[in-house]
Design a protein around this ligand. Structure first.
Ligand code: ZN
Length: 173
């Protein structure tokens, strides 16, 4: 115990506790606690919700859903699920990297991302995670954030197919 007099060092102890809570180790520790105490989490959630009017709660939920970080996380969770279901691969570092550096522009057309696209954000200029080479999975090298338009255009095309289309347009225009 580094502090002998608890009362006199209350602020120091609190600051050290807060520092630990924000650290990587502390976050891991808290997650472990949350995962092993689901009944506490449910009770906390219920208490939090009981204090709020339903409209307020819905507005809060919407504000959370509309946050770029939430949208990015959702897209990645969907990709992770696809990879799992289809026996593919998903590098979890994609999550921390994307959240630490929220993508702002389409890696394909360069258009700025629209985070206000409603529903699934991968439409129009909403961000979507793309496997550059479709035969490969969600590795760091093979994953890029592109807009919904580019993703729809690219679909599951290979480079050979895109070049074939380019040749076709060039020859006939
Ligand atoms: Zn684009």
């Amino acid at each position: 115990m580094p502090y002998k007099d608890l009362e006199a060092n209350r602020d120091k102890i609190r600051a050290a506790g807060n520092k630990f809570a924000r650290s990587k180790k502390g976050r891991k520790h808290r997650k472990k606690w949350r995962d092993s105490h689901p009944e506490n989490i449910r009770a906390n959630t219920a208490r939090y919700r009981a204090k709020m009017a339903p409209e307020e709660r819905r507005a809060n939920a919407k504000r959370y859903r509309d946050k770029p970080a939430t949208k990015i996380k959702r897209r990645l969770q969907e990709a992770q699920k696809r990879a799992l279901e289809e026996g593919g691969f998903f590098d979890p570092r994609l999550i921390e990297r994307s959240l630490a550096n929220i993508p702002t522009h389409c890696a394909c057309c360069g258009h700025v991302f629209d985070y206000n696209v409603s529903g699934r954000g991968c439409r129009n200029y909403g961000p979507s995670i793309d496997r550059v080479v479709n035969e490969k999975w969600y590795t760091l090298e093979n994953s890029r954030w592109i807009c919904g338009f580019c993703n729809a255009r690219k679909s599951d095309s290979t480079l050979a197919i895109v070049e074939m289309i380019a040749t076709y347009i060039r020859q006939n225009s």
